[in-house]
Design a protein around this ligand. Sequence first.
Ligand SMILES: [Zn+2]
Ligand SMILES: [Zn+2]
Length: 253
Amino acid sequence: MQRISHILISHLHGDHFFGLPGLLSTMNLLGRDKGITVYCPPELPSILQQILSVGGNKLTFNVEFKVLFFDSKNCIFEDDKIEIWSFPLKHRIPTCGFQVKEKTKPYRIDAKKCEEAGVELHHMPNLLEGKNILIDSIEHDFRKFTLKPKHSFAYSYCSDTSYDETLIPFIESSDLLYHEATFSSKHKERAKKTFHSTAQQAATIAHKSGVKKLILGHFSSRYTEVDELLDEAKQIFPATHCAEDGAIYDLSQ
Ligand SMILES: [Zn+2]
Ligand SMILES: [Zn+2]
């Protein structure tokens, strides 16, 4: 659990954050010393501090809170490899979706072409960045000596939301989309009333966004079998799976 460094809380319905005090306490008991950043609605820091202070124990690590904005798309984190974006969902209370995406990767050196043309090693950093190089005062297009960057993967997460096509530009072309599917089409009216989605609606969003794979979750406990939801989604978007704890999805396939 030391590897977890960021926690994203989409909204303040209990099923999305009541587990957080327990998780942080468990990390404490396991002797965590590395700080953690929690991205959350503005009310959460004081709620959490009150819960954690009741027992009189202090956390052995630092928790930094970063407040989310719910009216626009925002970059909430970036390092040299990835970016994390938040964007508004349509739910009963302010709610964010998230997208984790890899930054554009460097161009790849075409060793054969470089060798044939005698390109010297000191040109490599420029080629990796997609910059033209000068050889004997003649400019050469970097594309002559490079291959396209490897694909940058993107994962989008839409926790609780109504069917909302304004999400499409935020999640377009993701390699993997998680979208809630609380109800089946049979309970479409209930979905509308409670600002949730049906499996069919989640699949329609996946189809219209041009994503590659869809994971459904957040199923109402009224469904003892989720096959019904999976089947109705697959009719619209065949590459659909139901969320399972601990499952690993290979995005390269
Ligand atoms: Zn909710
Ligand atoms: Zn929920």
